[in-house]
Design a protein around this ligand. Sequence first.
Ligand code: ZN
Ligand code: ZN
Length: 292
Amino acid sequence: MTPFQVGAHVSSSGGLWKAVERGVAIGAEALQIFPSAPQNWRPTNHTPEAYAKFLEARAAAGIGEVWVHCIYLVNLATEAPEQLEKSIAAVVNALSVAERVGGNGVVLHTGSHKGGGLEGCLPQVAGAIERILSEAPGSTVLALENAAGHGGTIGRDFLELGTILRAVSNPRLQVCVDTCHAFAGGYNLADRDGVQAMLEEFDREVGLQHLAVWHLNDSKQGLGDQRDRHENIGDGRIGTEGFTVWLDAIARVPEITARAMLLEVPGITDDGPDAENVRRMKEIRAAVEAAG
Ligand SMILES: [Zn+2]
Ligand SMILES: [Zn+2]
């Protein structure tokens, strides 16, 4: 297994195992899937046969890490009790899917406080996560994703994510860093000093040992614009050079054990991560490895 895996978010429509086929077709070494339709509260009831076929296909293809991205409707900071209950159930379901596909864990958008700040909703958010982790036993990780920052989304800065991790204090609660969200959120990871500053802040607020996985996206928006607009690798404001600088920097930090880089890009030839984006990222990885 190569030290960093170039992975991709792929559709599992038509059956979970189809995700493996789609990943293999574009050269992905790791996968991310939705547990069910992301804009819908209703969980998909995957059959035991579907899980078995997924595990068989995954093993045959030699796929590395597998992550489940929770549905988009979840908001652990909601003021509506009914939505909070639905949100908790959705994350529990995503963790159970992750467990059954032998996955590493679930990536979650914590939610939005709609401008009210994290402080007021922290007890609710932390309490919800504690419930989720107790209702979904197992070893799969729950990774809170950093946000670009618009609309009061929780997690633009690492202080917010670290505050939640400290409040919950469970080793299964970790963090996913999305390169596009970080850049739009004001972290200049395309620059050598910028990426060092980002890693130092992450280590101080969250701890590098809690960095579980990367979302690998270029950004249509500029540094600090706080807008979440993914772009194909090399075609955005981070650019090929920026990703090279970033990967070279993180590869030199032994405390960073997050090894999967999951593409969630619009696609060049296809709708979604495609062979060309995977190829571009493998080329960047090869350049970093060659430079030593
Ligand atoms: Zn996400
Ligand atoms: Zn993401």
